[in-house]
Write a protein of this length. Structure first.
Length: 726
């Protein structure tokens, strides 16, 4: 028996050794995939040195970048979004400090290009031997900006680089972790220009909803955060939610999703999904989760990049509209109210209603159904300062056009926080908006904002090339015109309320607007005027020139929603003499501004018609209507002040006015002639013609000596609000 056992033991031992050998072969790939943090660290990525690739910008620099501010509202945000399946394959930066270039160029720009149909399927060389024609090169970005040193990049400089220079495909400038000095050839630089981004906006990473809204709209988000041993060792679907081990410095990644129900081991609920550039052995195949709470703690900067619309040689695509003789005016949509952000005010914002020239804000307490008329506003924002701390109010808004008022908007609740120690301060200026226009051949930027009770003036600052803010002027009202913006780039502005010559409030969030040249597509045309029955055989349109525009595309739609055009012109007016206009119905028009770099968004629709009963009046020379009519009421003497641009060959201007009250339902009365102004003057002033709580609309017409009156200028609203009570 003992002798017969030896062969059995020998065979069994051989089988065991063979099985162990086979198992080792099978498990070897798994062990080989274990993530090694040192494989993605440069020599300077260590505690005390803190140079892992992402260099956080100072607060002063960050404040120069416009903040995308979106107050809480009842609008629903999905509980989860995951765009990871639409991203390019996860890559590996190796031991080079190029994470910023990987996040901006490879990850986000590749995603944006694919999302807009500018590139085909992703084909990085490290994935199945792709050619690299449909993903972008981190080397193109990193090597041109690092100054010959492998020490990382700043987000703001990189985003400016992408706006100006773009990025080349991987195939044109391959990436190597060992090469951070080779520069692209001129032909590659030229190729990259077609892959520039249009702009970028700053997000508040401490408010998850701001990032979630961007993701829910289909875009992804740049994030810069500090990392430690715990982050390096993140595995699978774990949620990183607490600092652990040593700190190493800043790292750049892309937020590609979120899940409100994702829970960490410590019970923290809600997490963002990140795409990293450390290869697929880190985290969950190159992706990782970080809790909302830890991102608010370790985050440094967050941005969304905006790609330009696809530039083609064909005419711009237009969105059709329904044209009806009644032209119903709709109330504002997308109304939002601050909810606990402030203790002494509630800020309302909404999307502008097409055709609206003013808005009536109504308010009620939460324990009553009766609304009171609170105030008028001529911008899609209002700050209610007649509130108490720790209180809630219900609001709604009514739109007013030149002819009618809308039904009220949906209700929205806003509330204040508990009282703080900020009494005596004026508070932050809100609702800052910027719009470009031309005065003669010179570009201008018009700024408007919500005025603050108690402010005697406002200071306006613009960012300079040194990334430092400089005061460029002051205003005693809620508007200002920058007469010398920088052409061919984005101009950033912010405003602060002052009292007795010194800053007494908080600077507004910054806003930016591009002043176009031949290398930048024009901005949307802000104001279009159209004739309404002034002529028997034509409809005349006029608009303010858009900076950088070399051509305009005009589209027309009739009651049957049939499209006509585009009609093209290099001027800023258009006479439509088509025989089909004589049907007596309304016709809708929209206009694009274009140049060699692309074209703007389409303008808001305007509606005009032909009145064959005005044949005699149509004789003679008819001028274009005045452009850029502005109106305001002086807080010092309650004077109404109107100003407008001169019209060539004008003999005199006619001023028209109408009164609108909050009790008006539906249609308003017609404009009434007020007075004439000699051609040498382009302004008019009168005492406010009514009582607080009343709204007046003004329009100006130009007239040649032997011709007819022009169509109406743009209409402005002027009002005095009653002093509200909490």
């Amino acid at each position: 028996m003992k002798q017969s056992a030896k062969p059995f033991l020998s065979v069994n031992l051989k089988f065991t050794v063979f099985s162990f050998f086979i198992s080792a072969l099978l498990w070897a790939p798994l062990f080989a995939q274990e993530f090694d943090p040192n494989s993605v660290r440069s020599s300077d990525c260590r505690p005390g040195k803190y140079q892992c690739g992402y260099l956080p910008a100072s607060k002063e620099i960050q404040d120069t970048i416009p903040l995308k501010r979106d107050f809480n509202s009842f609008d629903e945000i999905p509980s989860s979004v995951d765009l990871s399946s639409k991203m390019p394959p996860v890559g590996n930066q190796g031991q080079q400090s190029s994470c910023v270039a990987w996040a901006t160029g490879y990850a986000i720009k590749s995603y944006l290009a694919a999302d807009q149909g500018k590139s085909a399927n992703y084909d990085p060389p490290f994935k199945n031997g792709g050619q690299g024609k449909n993903v972008f090169s981190p080397a193109f970005i990193y090597n041109q900006q690092n100054g010959g040193k492998d020490e990382g990049l700043y987000y703001y400089k990189t985003m400016d680089f992408l706006v100006k220079s773009g990025v080349a495909p991987w195939s044109s400038m391959p990436y190597s972790e060992k090469d951070y000095r080779t520069q692209p050839k001129d032909a590659v630089k030229k190729e990259a220009l077609q892959y520039r981004i249009k702009s970028y906006t700053r997000l508040n990473f401490k408010k998850p909803d701001e990032i979630k809204r961007v993701l829910a709209q289909g875009n992804v988000v740049l994030i810069g955060m500090t990392i430690d041993d715990g982050f390096y060792n993140l595995k699978g679907s774990q949620v990183y939610d607490a600092n652990s081990g040593q700190d190493y410095g800043g790292h750049a990644m892309t937020i590609v999703g979120y899940d409100d129900n994702k829970t960490s081991k410590s019970g923290k609920k809600g997490a963002f999904k990140l795409q990293n550039s450390w290869g697929t052995s880190w985290g969950d195949k190159g992706f990782g989760w970080v809790s909302y709470a830890i991102l608010a703690k370790t985050g440094q900067e967050s941005y969304a990049l905006v790609d330009p619309p696809k530039t083609t040689t064909v005419d711009p695509a237009v969105t059709t509209t329904t044209v009806t003789p009644t032209l119903p005016l709709l109330p504002p949509a997308d109304i939002k109210a601050s909810r606990g952000e402030f203790d002494s005010k509630i800020v309302l914002t909404w999307s502008a209603s097409q055709g609206a020239v003013s808005y009536l804000i109504q308010r009620r307490a939460t324990n009553t159904s009766k609304y009171d008329n609170l105030a008028y506003a001529n911008l899609p924002t209002y700050t209610d300062s007649a509130v108490s701390p720790d209180s809630a109010y219900i609001y709604r808004v009514v739109s007013y056009s030149t002819t009618e008022s809308s039904f009220p908007s949906k209700d929205i609740e806003g509330y204040t926080s508990e009282s703080s120690t900020t009494s005596g301060q004026l508070g932050q200026v809100v609702g800052l908006q910027a719009q470009t226009f031309l005065s003669g051949n010179s570009p201008r930027v018009s700024l408007t904002w919500s005025e603050i009770d108690g402010a005697t003036a406002y200071s306006i600052a613009r960012i300079e090339n040194t990334k430092a803010w400089k005061i460029i002027g002051s205003s005693k009202s809620g508007s200002f015109t920058d007469a010398s913006p920088v052409v061919g780039k984005a101009n950033s502005y912010k405003v602060v309320a002052t009292r007795s010559g010194s800053n007494a409030g908080e600077w507004s969030d910054s806003v930016a607007v591009e002043v176009a040249n031949k290398e930048v597509a024009p901005d949307k045309i802000a104001s279009v005027t159209v004739s309404n029955g002034e002529f028997a055989d034509k409809i005349i349109l006029a608009w303010a020139p858009a900076p950088g525009a070399t051509i305009y595309y005009i589209y027309r739609f009739n009651n049957a929603r049939e499209q006509f055009g585009p009609f093209k012109t290099t001027g800023t007016s258009f006479e439509d003499t088509d025989a089909g206009l004589k049907d007596g119905g309304y016709h809708a028009y929209t206009i694009f501004a274009g140049n060699s770099a692309g074209y703007s968004k389409q303008s808001d629709y305007v509606y005009g018609y032909v009145n064959q009963g005005t044949t005699k009046r149509a004789a003679g020379v008819t001028l274009s209507p005045p452009q850029n009519l502005t109106g305001s009421v002086s807080s010092k003497d309650n004077k109404v002040n109107l100003k407008w641009n001169a019209v060539k060959d004008t003999y005199e201007y006619y001023v028209y006015r109408k009164k609108v009250t909050a009790d008006d339902k539906g249609k308003h009365a017609d404009f009434k002639f007020l007075t004439q102004v000699p051609a040498k003057s382009t302004q008019f002033s009168e005492n406010f013609p009514g009582e607080p709580g009343e709204l007046f609309l003004y329009s100006i017409r130009s007239k040649a000596e032997l011709g007819s009156e022009s169509a109406d200028s743009n209409v402005v609203s002027v009002f005095l609000n009653k002093a509200p009570s909490p």
